[in-house]
Design a protein around this ligand. Structure first.
Ligand code: ADP
Ligand code: ZN
Length: 613
């Protein structure tokens, strides 16, 4: 095991350059690190991919003693430790997955002062011996990763996080740094309260992820839409596909595999072994697609996830932002794609109506859903709207679907009145129907059902011929989304008026609707034959050959060492090697992402690959 390549007087910038191989700090990193090195507590809100890890890893290396990292991500600890070891950092972990011997060895190393970083599952703190062990060790700092897990309202709540205030009580002089990618102010306040971080310096980064293109498409056979997206834009790329139900996870994974795309399922119904194995393959192999429920993804630090697709509507903007945020941690172009349709609105409204809990709870769920629907139906920049939801003002981004192909807004008041009138007419007869039948009546379609029920005689029969069925479904969906129409929680999903409908019928309220722009199946992007389209984009043919060669070499090295490929080098680093073509170890050390340990270990091998034949 190599030991840290540092002398005692190393500054944070020295560590950044020597150990991590990066030239400069990003954003608030330097200020955060200075605060913690100086012994202050810190609260860090930074988006996924923003560079939170360095904010505690570097202070742990600069301060004397061991940095203790509390993390709920037990399944990822081994990978985190491997990634640090590859950099020459001495790291270990304590959690329930390890055997007695391995634990004893880690404890010994800790007490002997041989660890720079120790990862600890929060439940270990319930064991009195763990606290006693830490008391005997020299602790450089406590880092509380995924700090939003302390929030009882979030879906990542971990009861063990509530114990973490003991750290401040038992170690008043050891700096604590709490980090999360959750953007809401309410969560930040809760973290401060529950962890007793009232005196902490607070660092709030912009939550924009400029390299992610946000797109929402009308749902129309979502699996085929997904397949087209992957084939046209993300062939060979790693991606995550989120579905609401376990059954749909299984079916979608199978569908992709049948169509020649390597895909794996992940949901809470699979046994632990299968889940761990699938996660491990996703992290280790290039270009796999993970089809999952939202049980998957927290803390996954695979940097080259190129797309995140949602086949069902997320329940909140927070959830959507977290899930899509797993794309493009490496800063290269990535896609967040959501398929959304009438059935999603109906389903989510029904889930809320039939949910347990009191009225206040249902109101909260409804408010979350409304914000998500507004994001789907907006005719303005999606990024502006999403960031505003998190309290951040911005200008149109030029990198979301509404910026790239602006949809028209049209005055849908008359259409809305026609639809609502049809619902009223039926209701007057004591009848309620779902969207399909109401639309048949509006477009004047004489289906068997229409004839049988005598609905041809309704005054509204055929009054909506100016729009086709698809357009009418859009009208129904948007009225539901805007809360101008109601849907029953019973099994039949029948439509009914709500209080706000009256103003529309009375002509007192204008209804603006979104017209879906014609969109092509996929934007063409020059694709390379192999994988990693984004990382390989714009490379000259010669550079591309080198890049592919480096990737093959990396795959072999990673396999031999049993670590994910990105632990060896990131795509962005391989790309820089291919374009800069260093010819000496000194040159190679200047490539971003090449630190001292990796230079020593892989330098000669890389130079050999890059040397002209
Ligand atoms: P987070 O934990 O905030 O999601 P990470 O700590 O995983 O983000 O960092 C995201 C990526 O950015 C990683 O690949 C990391 O190596 C890289 N990174 C972080 N800080 C810097 C920096 N100062 N210069 C270059 N790359 C950086
Ligand atoms: Zn935009």
């Amino acid at each position: 095991m190599p030991s840290t390549v540092l002398d005692v007087s190393a500054t944070p910038l020295d560590v950044l350059r020597t150990v991590f191989g990066y030239e400069e700090f990003r954003g608030d990193q330097a200020a955060i690190i200075d605060a913690v090195v100086g012994g202050e507590d810190a609260l860090v809100l930074m988006p996924t991919g923003g560079g939170k890890s360095l904010c505690y890893q570097i202070p742990a290396l600069v301060r004397s003693g061991t940095g203790v990292v509390i993390s709920p991500l037990i399944a990822l600890m081994q990978d985190q430790v491997d990634a640090l070891s590859a950099l020459g950092v001495r790291a270990g972990f304590l959690n329930s997955t390890q055997g007695f011997e391995q634990r004893r060895e880690t404890e010994r190393a800790l007490l002997a002062g041989e660890l720079d970083l120790l990862y600890l599952a929060p439940e270990r703190l319930r064991v009195p011996e763990t606290l006693a062990l830490l008391q005997q060790a020299e602790v450089a700092l406590f880092a509380i990763d995924e700090a939003h897990c302390v929030s009882q309202w979030g879906h990542d709540f971990r009861p063990d996080y509530l114990m973490l205030h003991v750290l401040g009580e038992q170690w008043p002089d050891v700096p604590r740094i709490a980090l999360t990618a959750t953007a809401t102010r309410a969560t930040a306040t809760e973290i401060t309260e529950r962890l007793g971080l009232h005196d902490a310096r607070s660092f709030v980064a912009s939550f924009d992820r400029p390299n992610i293109t946000y797109r929402v498409d009308p749902k129309d056979n979502p699996r085929n839409q997904l397949l087209r997206l992957i084939r046209a834009e993300h062939a060979g790329d790693a991606g995550i596909v989120y579905c609401l139900s376990r059954a749909s996870v299984e079916q979608t994974a199978e569908f992709l595999v049948d169509n020649g795309i390597e895909a794996l399922p992940y949901h809470a119904g699979l046994d632990n072994r299968t889940r761990a194995a699938n996660q491990s393959r996703f992290l280790r192999e290039d270009g796999l697609v993970m089809v999952a429920t939202i049980a998957f993804g927290m803390g996954i630090d695979k940097p080259d996830v190129r797309f995140v697709a949602h086949l069902d509507l997320p329940k909140s903007v927070e959830g959507y932002y977290q899930e899509t945020g797993r794309a493009g941690r490496d800063g290269l172009p990535s896609t967040a794609w959501l398929a959304y349709g009438l059935a999603d609105v109906v389903q989510q409204r029904r889930l809320i109506d039939s949910s347990e809990g009191d009225a206040a709870h249902r109101r909260r769920l409804s408010a979350h859903l409304d914000a998500m629907l507004a994001l789907c139906e907006t005719v303005d920049c999606r990024r502006v709207q999403m960031l505003r939801y998190f309290g951040e003002e911005s200008t149109p981004c030029g990198n979301c679907d509404t910026c790239l192909a602006p949809p028209d807004a049209w005055d849908g008041t008359v259409a809305a009145q026609k639809l609502l009138s049809a619902v009223v007419r039926l209701d007057q007869r004591g009848q309620r129907y779902g969207a399909g039948h109401v639309i048949d009546i509006l477009v004047g379609k004489t289906t068997a059902r229409v004839t049988q029920l005598g609905h041809e005689s309704l005054t509204v029969f055929g009054v909506g011929e100016e729009l086709d069925e698809r357009a009418w479904r859009g009208v129904v969906r948007q009225l539901l989304a805007q809360g101008l129409l109601g849907v029953d929680a019973s099994g039949y999903q029948t439509l009914h008026l709500v209080e706000a409908s009256r103003a529309v019928l009375a002509g007192e309220r204008q209804v603006m609707l979104r017209r879906e722009p014609e969109r092509k199946a996929g934007r063409s992007r020059t694709k390379t034959s192999g994988s990693a389209a984004a990382a390989a984009a714009d490379l000259s043919p010669e550079d591309l050959t080198l890049f592919e060669r480096l990737r093959e070499w990396r795959a072999a090295v990673a396999k031999e060492q049993g670590v994910p490929a990105y632990v060896v080098f990131h795509d962005a680093t391989l790309r820089a090697m291919a374009t800069e073509r260093p010819t000496s170890l000194d040159d190679l050390a200047g490539v971003s992402g090449v630190g001292a340990a990796k230079l020593e270990r892989y330098g000669d091998g890389v130079l050999e690959l890059l040397a002209p034949e």
